[in-house]
Design a protein around this ligand. Structure first.
Ligand SMILES: Cc1cc2nc3c(=O)[nH]c(=O)nc-3n(C[C@H](O)[C@H](O)[C@H](O)COP(=O)(O)O)c2cc1C
Length: 170
């Protein structure tokens, strides 16, 4: 074993799923950002968590409203990941600017992403400070799949590719 810096070691972890985090601000305007640091963290109750830096506008939105959509990005959303991951809802309305198609939620006041592979509606149960990020834990209160199955999108370290669709694996 060769000892290396933590950053060098962690650069070898890819691929990782891209989670699109959607939240509304106090005025009701929706915003979205991609997050790599998200996962399922409990089965019963069903909880997911995502680690978000305080300077993100999404952090402000979740703090203000206590709700978010946790969506696995779909295979057609790589451009959107780059667009929404390099701009802030503090400066622009990303939904208008990038013409992001949405769908109606069932339980919370945050729109779903029509082109995502999986949409989970979440209410914040906990928020844990974690170094330079905050881990928001959300209880899944509703879940949605698109009518046409969509593969998830994998991040290979700044380059994106669809995960193999169901049926292609041996
Ligand atoms: C692939 C990808 C993964 C990212 N993962 C995270 C993450 O896990 N947590 C985080 O705070 N920011 C993450 N970012 C950065 C935010 O998405 C980015 O700063 C975004 O512009 C914030 O938008 P907002 O200010 O509208 O919330 C990621 C960006 C990309 C492109």
């Amino acid at each position: 074993m060769e000892q290396v810096s933590p950053s060098e070691a962690m650069a070898h972890k890819y691929p990782e799923w891209v989670i699109m985090v959607v939240a509304r601000d106090a005025e009701g305007r929706p915003n979205v950002m991609p997050a790599g640091w998200g996962m399922i963290c409990s089965g019963d109750p069903r909880l997911v968590c995502v680690s978000i830096a305080p300077e993100r506008y999404t952090h402000t939105c979740i703090e203000q409203t206590g709700e978010f959509v946790f969506a696995w990005a779909g295979e057609r959303q790589s451009e959107l990941v780059e667009q929404t991951g390099s701009t802030s809802g503090r400066d622009i309305d990303k939904f208008r600017e990038f013409e992001i198609p949405t769908a109606e939620p069932a339980e919370i006041g945050v729109p779903l992403l029509a082109q995502a592979a999986i949409n989970l509606e979440c209410r914040v149960r906990h928020a844990y400070p974690a170094g330079d990020h905050t881990i928001f834990v959300g209880e899944v209160v509703a879940a949605h799949l698109p009518e046409e199955p969509t593969a998830t999108l994998l991040n290979f370290g700044g380059r994106f590719a669809p995960a193999a669709p169901l049926g292609d694996l041996v």
